[in-house]
Design a protein around this ligand. Structure first.
Ligand SMILES: [Zn+2]
Ligand SMILES: [Zn+2]
Length: 137
């Protein structure tokens, strides 16, 4: 269990949020997670969700993204990978296998320690881009 491996206590709230993020790999916002989990747990508070996300991200269990300036988005996948945000539908895609991370090795060889590496791409996702192209002709 990743929580124990990272030295975190396994609490029901942490477990529940981890399960939710594992099942919903859509980079949900903290508000979205809260609204979804609140339906099953009426006693859940937003502060709890914020605290759990803080603990999990500070300990490297999950990643938080600030690609969307107004919200903190949560990512179950804590391996370094880049993200593409669609300006039209707001979807966020992982670009993990399509980007070359050689730059990290290069930075390390210069003596830096790299803890996080994020690249943000913005534009139109494949389906919005297809729709736009069709509109033109
Ligand atoms: Zn889109
Ligand atoms: Zn991601």
């Amino acid at each position: 269990m990743i929580l124990k491996k990272k030295g975190l206590k396994v609490t029901p709230q942490r477990l529940e949020i981890m399960r939710y993020l594992d099942k919903n790999r859509i980079h949900p916002s903290i508000d979205h997670i809260y609204t979804q989990l609140k339906m099953k747990n009426p006693s859940l508070s937003k502060t709890t969700v914020y605290n759990v996300i803080d603990d999990l991200s500070e300990n490297g269990v999950i990643q938080v993204l600030t690609i969307n300036k107004s919200e903190i988005l949560c990512d179950f996948n804590n391996d370094p990978h880049h993200h593409f945000m669609c300006k039209e539908c707001g979807s966020i895609s992982d670009l993990e296998d399509r980007y070359n991370f050689d730059i990290i090795e290069q930075i390390r060889s210069e003596g830096f320690r790299v803890d996080e590496a994020f690249g943000y791409f913005r534009g139109l996702c494949i389906s919005c881009n297809n729709k736009n192209e069709k509109k033109v002709d």
